[in-house]
Design a protein around this ligand. Structure first.
Ligand code: PLP
Length: 399
């Protein structure tokens, strides 16, 4: 089999060779504990602080505003729990219907277990946030607003600055899950109303097991992971030094590549979409009419099962995904596409292609060559029959 075509970069990315090189010494010789008094530990601490500076530079933040965490999920949980604790006299949380489970499920815990009022704001058919509904939702009892910057399944970008201004006017803390944005779109928190922002290393060519939470100076914060004094008493636990150094190096690389490569990556993504729409009948790009991440394409192929497409792509060495990586394995259509009102027969046949700076022209050629044949083959055996969903099947799956 020829080498794999990897179009699943919103699930995770390859570790950049430069990043691997930067982290290796900390897995071998530089194993000191940054909290140790001796020079060996002190050197490692200096390197952790350098990594913090690199990440802060990518975000337009101050190094002291960065808390290293283990992943995007921990960053989200930390932000949400902290806001609820710090504005304890307020009992309302606002989020959206299309958040990643790392936000959605934590907000639901506040509602289900702790009695908070929870408002999940909807989106339109293009995945755009309903700003009228959002404005109506935020009130003087709102402790926290958590609105993702860009959606992991469709790539649709939300107007987070506008959302933040509305939240701040009501005295709420504004958090954004920017896990899919950092490294793909420019971020400048110096000129921003955002109070807290989550990111994850493995989405920007650092390894799995590292993330960060930005907390604007002056924003009240209580730690989620308690223990030692690490991270200026804001996150206990001995630092995963190789991973932190890796994230710092990945941030430097992202800073250098964000402009040029996004133009090239976006052009590849657009060529892929154009080719798929031209060669596969009854295909549609979800969120295609609005502002999206340059690397993400979510395409529905009516009357076929997304999982079947993935399996046939996989046989040809092409990796993509249906829905988010976390929901793969569930037969329920994605909550994001459902919130957008994508019809059942299209939502079930949707595939997310997500590119990276390592995606090549040849990768797109191979995918465009494979897809029409796969779609034709699956439609021939589709239980829905092309254009005529069988009522039994439709009923069973809309439960
Ligand atoms: N938020 C979004 C938007 C994501 O896409 C993901 C991962 O897919 C996460 C949060 C969770 O990040 P992590 O895998 O680092 O926990």
């Amino acid at each position: 089999m020829p080498s794999a075509v990897y179009l699943d970069n919103n699930a995770t990315t390859a570790v950049a060779p430069e990043v691997l090189e930067a982290m290796m010494p900390y897995l071998k010789d530089l194993y000191g504990n940054p909290s140790s008094i001796h020079t060996f530990g002190g050197q490692v601490m200096a390197d952790v602080e350098a990594a913090r500076e690199h990440l802060a530079a990518l975000l337009g933040a101050r190094p002291g505003e960065i808390i290293f965490t283990s992943c995007g999920t921990e960053s989200d949980s930390s932000a949400i729990h902290s806001a609820a604790r710090c504005l304890a006299d307020r009992r309302h949380v606002v989020t959206t219907r299309v958040e990643h489970p790392a936000v959605r499920n934590v907000c639901r815990v506040l509602h289900d277990d702790l009695g908070y009022r929870l408002t999940e704001v909807g989106v339109d058919s293009q995945g755009r946030l309903d700003m009228d509904e959002y404005r109506d939702a935020v009130d003087d009892d709102t402790a926290l607003v958590s609105v993702m910057w860009a959606n992991n399944e469709t790539g649709v970008v939300f107007p987070v600055e506008e959302c933040a201004a509305i939240a701040k006017a009501r005295g709420a803390i504004f958090h954004t899950d920017a896990v899919q944005v950092v490294g793909k779109l420019p971020v400048n928190l110096a000129d921003s109303r955002i109070d807290m922002l989550s990111l994850s290393g493995h989405k920007l060519h650092a390894p799995k097991g590292v993330g960060a939470l930005y907390v604007r100076r002056g924003t009240p914060f209580v730690p989620f992971v308690r223990g030692g004094h690490q991270e200026s008493n804001r996150r206990g636990g001995t630092e995963a030094v190789p991973n932190l150094v890796a994230l710092g190096r990945a941030a430097q690389l992202a800073d250098q590549r964000i402009g040029d490569e996004n133009t090239r990556v976006k052009a590849l993504r657009d060529r892929l979409e154009k080719g798929l729409l031209a060669t596969c009948p009854d295909a549609r790009v979800n969120g295609g009419q609005t502002d999206r991440l340059p690397n993400t394409s979510n395409v529905s192929f009516e009357f076929v099962e997304g999982e079947a497409i993935l399996l046939l792509l996989d046989q040809q060495g092409i990796c993509a995904s249906s829905g988010s990586a976390c929901t793969t394995g569930s037969l329920e259509p994605s909550h994001v596409l459902r919130a957008m009102g994508v019809p059942f027969t299209a939502a079930h046949g949707s595939i997310r292609f997500s590119l990276s700076v390592y995606t090549t022209d040849q990768d797109i050629d191979r995918t465009l060559k494979a897809m029409p044949e796969i779609i034709t083959r699956l439609r021939e055996i589709s239980p829905f029959g092309r254009g005529k969903p069988k009522t039994g099947a439709a009923k069973r799956s809309t439960k």
